[in-house]
Design a protein around this ligand. Structure first.
Ligand SMILES: O=P(O)(O)OC[C@@]1(O)O[C@H](CO)[C@@H](O)[C@@H]1O
Length: 307
């Protein structure tokens, strides 16, 4: 089983708004709601790739229960503390012409020290009681949870010889890197904040010093994967009009990378599968989801370069 950790899940609301103006009423033409939060996307993506997944989260009130139910419908088991304060909502607006999604992110519930400890205890139990092939730690954490929680979780996973994959930013990421995780995915913007470099190759090389596999995504320019002593660049072009949303693409890419590393030996194939999963998400109408058949089709069309 793969443990997809989503401490701060979210109901992702997709609002169709052409324009937002301050100080006036803005109405959406349509809206749709999806189970979200980075780790939930990872869980759905891994399940679509035929992996058995458990999602560990903090589940808050009505919205938290709804996300758990959506996971169960897909045979994704859920574990983690249930709290009263509702799981957050994150709103994505299609409000610009160049399809660069704009997000309004909720903060999530505030946890007591007891609830935070419960989360960690449930994690530790999962590592000892189940056969966990990998843990994937994604996204922000609710208020009250320590910013070094991923560092603690990576260290814990290592004692069981379980590789940890991380996708985080700011303090969470910096602390996580202190524990030298197995693999890390960040986007170019997060990479610039972390390393001071804008060039994805430089970011990947710098990140690689603190992890085994460093994946840096640069939007349309694709994936730069640092592994061994090389940079593998995977790229797939999608027509602008075919892109529905890029929300969740980084999560799907990380899920693809995890699946590839667990099932294949060839780094070129890891790069192609990860790129294909991230790209397939952009053309799927459900946020943070893709169809395995799209992944298979795109896989053969990914352009690969070794730098
Ligand atoms: O606040 P976080 O956890 O960093 O990011 C949350 C989020 O932007 O990430 C996902 C897309 O990757 C969305 O489901 C969600 O809205």
């Amino acid at each position: 089983m793969i443990l997809a950790v989503c401490a701060n899940p979210s109901v992702d609301a997709f609002w169709d708004i052409d324009e937002i103006n301050k100080g006036t009423t803005n109405r959406s033409a349509n809206e749709q709601y999806f189970p979200g939060g980075k780790g939930i996307h990872v869980a759905f993506a891994l399940q679509e790739l035929n992996e058995q997944v458990t999602a560990l989260g903090v589940w808050g009130g009505v919205t938290g229960r709804w996300i758990q139910e959506e996971c169960h419908k897909k045979d994704i088991a859920t574990i983690g503390p249930e709290v009263e304060e509702w799981t957050r909502t994150c709103i994505t607006n299609r409000c610009d012409t160049d399809w660069a999604d704009t997000e309004l992110l909720g903060a999530g519930p505030s946890l007591t020290p007891g609830q935070s400890n419960d989360f960690l205890s449930i994690y530790r139990r999962a590592l000892t009681e189940s056969t966990v092939k990998a843990v994937v730690l994604s996204g922000s954490v609710p208020k009250g949870m320590s910013q070094d929680i991923y560092k603690q979780m990576i260290t814990e996973a290592r004692t069981h010889d379980i590789p940890a994959y991380v996708d985080a930013s700011n303090d969470l990421l910096e602390h996580a890197l202190e524990a030298n995780p197995f693999a890390v995915h960040i986007n170019q913007k997060e990479g610039k904040a972390l390393t001071g470099h804008n060039n994805p190759v430089k970011i990947a090389k710098s990140l690689r010093k603190q992890c085994h596999i460093a994946a840096v995504t640069a939007g349309k320019d694709g994936l730069y994967l640092a592994a061994n002593n090389h940079i593998y660049h995977g790229r797939y072009s999608i027509n602008k009009q075919d892109i529905i949303s890029t929300i969740g693409s980084g999560d799907c890419l990380l899920a693809g990378l995890c699946k590839a590393i667990l099932t294949r030996d060839d780094i070129e194939e890891w790069t192609k599968l990860a790129t294909a999963c991230g790209s397939a998400n952009c053309i799927h109408p459900k946020l943070g989801m893709f169809k395995a058949q799209d992944v298979n089709r795109i896989f053969n069309q990914v352009r690969l370069e070794i730098l």
